[in-house]
Design a protein around this ligand. Structure first.
Ligand code: NAD
Length: 488
């Protein structure tokens, strides 16, 4: 399969998955089509793997672990760098593929699905070289850190390459092997990555990609008990199930789940900058972003002004063909996802909310497009104030001062991310410590160029962290060697 016509295009067989270093087309497997959500055209066909294949993949990964866990740190670090180099060489092709699968505008796909994962890979090459793999404790014993074993990685569709690499890079750095079950809607970028690992000579069985349904092959992988870590990113409902199975099997589970992140604006903040930045951040990837600030919480007497500004920004989006560099918002990933989002908007209206703008799909007769929505008069405790939508919908709420703003911000079962805005550094620092969330972004700061700050959730947004050293710890076991014969 070839996408963008580059000189040195990556090709991999259609209707095949990557297992034990081989492209396999399982005879008994069904097939499913990957649809471009902007054109509704088929961009690829992949196998629906069976439960038997899941067992084969786990067995291949167990063999891969035997090889990979014995490599030295420098080999692993150099491999991550080689994968980063390969992604950079094929930047345009991978960006175009991700854009075609998800509907993300090409500029965002290149930045988020190629450039960011490349930086993540490089950060783990560096960390692998600095990590305390083997240290002495106060008793003179060796404290050895080792790869935990086979990793089962299960990923969603919204930022697929970044989500895969955030698991693959630390797992490989630790010496683990990986079986990846990518999302049904976006498996092609995962197979593309597999082709790159083949190109750079990663040994067979170290990275395996099994495509298919979560409820069939995902479930079979999960129940296989042949892995030591399950690293899951996805919805709260499936995450609960993954956590329960992992608990029963006594394997480690990292769960990156949903969010309903607040952007809290205090009365001394620059309201215009805060609103414009929050709207843009909320609508990245058509709002299909787990850490999107979907609740804009502003002083009550400034709600009208905030809604007006937010509406202006929402209406300025250039919605259309994701492959056009001028496009700033593409379609939603599927017809089903668009229906879910329009259902939330209708539900909010029924609960008394006002739709200031957006929620319109009538302009398009092809593609899963929807205009971004700004919703006000959202009652506290209502569905829109508390539940994750996963689409371009921003709720604007009013607060009665700092205490009330904190209470509102924390009034959700999620705690993935948050934003705080104030002109007073001491106030904003204190506020940041009161929000129950894994990340707090102060006055509009974006993801740093060096992606090592831990990412993950408080409360029901998950367990564990990704990125940086804490992300590596998730794939590492610790052994104490007492009476180490090499100790003098
Ligand atoms: P989802 O939970 O439906 O699916 C996620 C993955 O799990 C897919 O690969 C799916 O095939 C697989 N799966 C489904 N059932 C399974 C089963 N029984 N056994 C094993 N695997 C199974 O989520 P989605 O719709 O793909 O993604 C959207 C969700 O992901 C949102 O809730 C979003 O907030 C969340 N998300 C979280 C983060 C984060 O880092 N916290 C990042 C992105 C997305």
């Amino acid at each position: 399969m070839t996408l963008a016509p580059t000189v040195d295009a990556v090709e991999f067989p259609a209707e095949a998955l990557y297992l034990d270093g081989q492209w396999q087309t399982p005879a008994e497997a069904g097939r499913f089509e990957v649809i471009n959500p902007a054109t509704e055209e088929v961009v690829g066909v992949v196998p629906v793997a069976s439960a038997d294949l899941a067992r084969e993949a786990i067995a291949a990964a167990a063999r891969g672990f035997e090889t990979w866990s014995r490599t030295d740190v420098e080999t692993r670090a150099a491999t991550l760098e080689a994968l980063a180099d390969a992604m950079e060489r094929h930047r345009l092709q991978l960006g175009a593929l991700a854009s075609a699968e998800i509907g993300t505008p090409i500029r965002d796909a290149l930045a988020g699905q190629v450039d960011l994962p490349v930086r993540v890979l490089r950060s783990y090459a560096q960390l692998a070289r600095e990590y305390p793999w083997d240290v002495r404790d106060a008793a003179g014993s060796s404290i050895v850190r080792e790869g935990a074993g086979v990793v089962l990685a299960i990923t969603p569709w919204n930022f697929p390459v970044h989500q895969i690499v955030s698991k693959l890079a630390p797992a490989l750095a630790a010496g683990c092997s990986v079986v990846l079950k990518p999302a049904e809607l976006t498996p092609l970028n995962a197979l593309f990555l597999a082709a790159l690992t083949e190109q750079i000579g990663l040994p067979p069985g170290v990275f395996n990609v099994v495509t298919g349904k979560g409820s069939v092959v995902g479930e079979a992988l999960l129940q296989s008990r042949g892995y030591e870590v399950v690293s899951f990113t996805g919805s709260l409902g499936v995450g609960r199930h993954v956590g329960a199975v992992a608990g029963d099997a006594i394997v480690r589970a990292t769960l990156e789940l949903g969010g309903k992140s607040p952007a809290v604006v205090l009365e001394d903040a620059d309201l215009e900058t805060a609103v414009r930045t929050t709207v843009r951040n909320c609508f990245v990837n058509a709002g299909q972003k787990c850490n999107a600030p979907t609740r804009l919480i502003v002083p009550r007497d400034r709600v009208g002004e905030a809604v007006e500004l937010a509406t202006e920004v929402a209406e300025s989006y250039v919605i259309g063909d994701p492959s056009d560099e001028r496009t700033t918002m593409g379609p939603l990933v599927s017809a089903e996802q668009r229906d879910i989002v329009t259902g939330f908007i209708a539900g909010a209206r029924a609960e008394g909310a006002t739709i200031a703008t957006g929620g319109d799909r009538s302009r398009w007769d092809r593609g899963f497009f929807l205009t971004p929505a700004i919703v006000t008069d959202v009652a506290r405790g209502s569905v829109l104030a508390r539940e994750e939508v996963f689409g371009p919908v921003l709720a604007v709420l009013g607060h009665e001062g700092e205490e009330d703003a904190v209470a509102l911000a924390n009034d959700t079962e999620y705690g993935l991310s948050s934003e705080v805005w104030s002109a007073d550094p001491a106030r904003v620092a204190a506020l940041a410590r009161r929000i129950r969330a894994g990340q707090v972004r102060v006055n509009g700061v974006r993801t740093p160029a060096l992606p090592v700050s831990p990412f993950g959730g408080y409360k029901r947004s998950g367990l564990g962290r990704e990125l940086g050293e804490l992300g590596l710890d998730e794939f590492v076991e610790v052994k104490a060697i007492l009476g180490d014969p090499v100790v003098e």
